[in-house]
Design a protein around this ligand. Sequence first.
Ligand SMILES: Nc1ncnc2c1ncn2[C@@H]1O[C@H](COP(=O)(O)OP(=O)(O)OP(=O)(O)O)[C@@H](O)[C@H]1O
Ligand SMILES: [Mg+2]
Length: 277
Amino acid sequence: MSRSTIISVINAKGGIAKTTSTLNLAHALGTLGMDVLVVDFDPQGGLTGSAGINTGDLELQMGDVILSGTPIEHIIRNAPHCKFDVAPANINLSVAEVALIDHAEPGWTIEDQRKYRESRLVEALANVRNAYDVILIDNQPSLGILAVNSMSVADYILIPVATEFMSLMGLNNVLKLIEIMTTNRNAQAKILGVLPTLADTRTNHTKDMLKELYKICRLRKIPFYKEFIPRSVRVQEAAIVGQSVLDYAPTSDVARAYLNVAKLIHTEVMARVAKTS
Ligand SMILES: Nc1ncnc2c1ncn2[C@@H]1O[C@H](COP(=O)(O)OP(=O)(O)OP(=O)(O)O)[C@@H](O)[C@H]1O
Ligand SMILES: [Mg+2]
């Protein structure tokens, strides 16, 4: 077995703290002593930017890795203020995504084309799978080719869900794609957990939505975190200076919540390593 445990952070719904959760959990796992790589697999480049790397300055990024076969080691950088490495992305990843849709070589069948476009990230990460304990993938809010690539390579899927009505509806779409990936594509990824985000516990709405979310997860036998991520202005303030909220506001509730979830992930990763080694 390779050393890395790969966790894809995914949800088709936008603006529900996928990137924020990826960054802060990656940093927390780094502070717990793990070697962590974050793959920014979103053409918006939000993770890259929040990790203090200018998306406009990138000569090479994830688009080159999946389209032209640039080795991922050539694009990986240190996050200047965080305890993880980043494989950055910018809008060119969208160009790569479009080009992948009909990429074909002479003699290829339709099935060859499909396999090629869905396994770009598997190929890309092969070289670094022994260099990190954990690889976290931040995904764009859509369930297209990039998401399929991400799920194909993942050992686990982490699903952030905002504690609001529309987000709960969106959970079904992700679960459907996971089902398709496991049955039709033989993907190995297991659900690590549903992570409630953007919780405003002063409101009854959030409390109701949390209860509803736990009910859905129990009914569908999906693991979920009892720990929820509270809303806090500290999160945005930290992102502006390229820091994790764990360093920016270490005593805040949101920092504590991310650290607690990271500890649970750490335990799960160590158990997986112990079981398979
Ligand atoms: N706990 C929080 N408290 C307050 N604001 C938050 C919190 N988590 C995230 N945010 C803010 O919510 C917005 C969306 O967060 P984020 O970019 O992480 O979501 P996303 O799901 O990655 O979005 P996208 O789908 O566009 O990639 C950002 O402005 C972010 O700073
Ligand atoms: Mg994002």
